[in-house]
Design a protein around this ligand. Structure first.
Ligand SMILES: [Zn+2]
Length: 162
């Protein structure tokens, strides 16, 4: 609950919802319900703007998105932190570390699986979808990968180029 202050004397106004005209108990200034609503809206907006602009709350939001693997959103919020403080270490560090979304990780695992099964065509398609490098480059990449013994080796090989 946000406290309203009398515009004349600065005294705090404890407003009840059910009255049409409210009188300041310190100086007697009268406020209509409409005016109080407007004052209240102004205060609430100010508080929200301050909330959005605060680095610690932005960092918290960014971290929440990062933990939820929503890297696009996390990136957006870390960048907002840098807009306020370009030297923020946490945001800088995070933004400088390359990251794959869960969906991309799944795609890479899928490519590896296709390679192991000898389904090159599908591997090329998914690789192209993942990297946007075009079918020719994707074909070259997939064909350069030998069928290693473990899926992990193939995944590591795929990751070197992404
Ligand atoms: Zn007053």
């Amino acid at each position: 609950m946000v406290a309203l202050k009398c515009e004349i004397c600065g005294g705090s106004l404890t407003v009840k919802n059910d009255i049409e005209i409210f009188e300041c108990e310190y100086c007697g200034t009268k406020y209509s319900k409409q005016v109080l609503k407007k004052m209240y809206a102004e205060i609430t907006n100010t508080v929200q703007v301050e909330g959005i602009a605060s680095v610690s709350s932005l960092l918290q939001r960014a971290q929440e998105f990062a933990e939820g693997q929503d890297f696009e959103k996390a990136k957006e919020y870390y960048n907002k932190v840098l807009d306020i403080n370009p030297n923020n270490e946490t945001a800088r560090k995070w933004l400088n570390t390359p990251r794959l979304s869960l969906r991309d990780q799944e795609k890479i695992a899928q490519i590896a699986e296709y390679i192991i099964k000898g389904n090159k065509l599908n591997a090329i398609k998914v690789y192209n979808d993942l990297t946007g490098k075009g079918l020719l480059k994707s074909k070259e990449k997939i064909e350069s990968i030998k069928v290693y013994e473990s899926t992990k080796d193939i995944i590591n090989e795929l990751l070197t180029d992404i």
